[in-house]
Design a protein around this ligand. Structure first.
Ligand code: DQA
Length: 144
């Protein structure tokens, strides 16, 4: 089973983002962890990152057409992209939202997620483990 993991803007630069908030790992290490856990769970995981809303929307259309399950960290788009929400709503397979940090414990503008309402669930605040927990949750959802 193929799973698409989508990462939004600025996540590829974890190396220079605030390590007190996002931890010490860089993006290639995060991808490695996701691929390793995905492999353990028997998934073929496709991990992508984009700083562009349009590209993320295209990937969601692709996943909708392929009935592919999606784990998404929309990054800052979480808080305001109705276009990404509308595209994610087209998915047929489960969608799980993840965040490295806990947006609810941060600035007020991060307290709103326009994605959560259409996701099966949200996992936030556990650093890279948020993704690993999401992969496990996805496996349970898919009944594997
Ligand atoms: C984030 C939280 C967002 O508020 C922020 O804009 C990000 C990363 C997280 O993973 O903690 O870029 O999605």
């Amino acid at each position: 089973m193929k799973i698409l993991v989508i990462n939004g803007p600025n996540l590829a630069r974890l190396d220079i983002r605030d390590s007190k908030i996002y931890g010490d790992i860089d993006y290639p290490q995060l991808v490695e962890m996701i691929l390793a856990e995905g492999g353990n769970l028997g998934f073929e995981v496709d991990v992508r990152q984009s700083n562009e809303e349009a590209e993320i929307i295209e990937w969601l259309h692709e996943a909708a057409d392929a009935s592919m399950p999606v784990i998404i960290n929309p990054a800052a788009f979480t808080h305001y992209s109705y276009a990404i929400r509308d595209a994610a709503e087209l998915l047929k397979a489960p969608l799980i939202e993840v965040h490295l940090s806990n947006p609810m414990a941060r600035e007020e503008f991060r307290h709103t997620s326009v994605i959560s309402g259409i996701a099966r669930g949200t996992i936030a605040g556990f650093g890279p483990n948020s993704y690993l927990l999401a992969l496990r949750a996805m496996r349970n959802l898919l009944g594997k």
